[in-house]
Design a protein around this ligand. Structure first.
Ligand SMILES: [Zn+2]
Length: 110
C-alpha cells in the first residue's frame, strides 16, 4: 500500500493501456502473425493513429481514468488496431535478425 495517497503520478499516455487491452484479442481474431515483433509494430502503428491522452492522476484514480478513456475511445482504438494489423501483415519486419538472449528472444533493429 502506498503511504501517501496524494502522490501524483508522472503524466502517462493512457491510450497505450487502452490499445494493449484490446490488442491481443483483435490479433487473435485474425490470421496475422503473433510474434512479438509484429505485435509491437501493430501497437506502435495503432498508437500513432490515435490521439495521445496524457493524464496525471493520484493513486487510486488510475482505473477510473482508464475506464473513462476506454468508453470514450473504444471504437477508435479497435479501428486503429484493425488498420495496423493490415499494414503489418503486408510489411512484416520479423525477418530482421533474431537474437537469443537470456533464454528469451530479442529483436535486433537493422
Ligand atoms: Zn511476426
Amino acid at each position: 500500500m502506498a503511504e501517501n495517497s496524494n502522490e501524483l503520478t508522472r503524466p502517462k499516455n493512457y491510450m497505450e493501456d487502452v490499445v494493449f487491452k484490446h490488442l491481443d484479442s483483435i490479433i487473435a481474431s485474425t490470421d496475422c502473425c503473433r510474434c512479438q515483433r509484429c505485435r509491437m509494430d501493430i501497437a506502435a502503428y495503432a498508437l500513432n493513429q490515435l490521439p495521445s491522452k496524457y493524464v496525471v492522476t493520484r493513486e487510486g484514480e488510475v482505473y477510473s481514468k482508464l475506464l473513462e478513456l476506454q468508453q470514450q475511445f473504444e471504437t477508435d482504438v479497435i479501428i486503429a488496431i484493425v488498420k495496423a494489423i493490415e499494414v503489418v501483415r503486408k510489411n512484416p519486419r520479423h525477418n530482421e535478425e533474431l537474437v537469443e538472449k537470456n533464454g528469451g528472444k530479442e529483436w535486433r533493429m537493422q
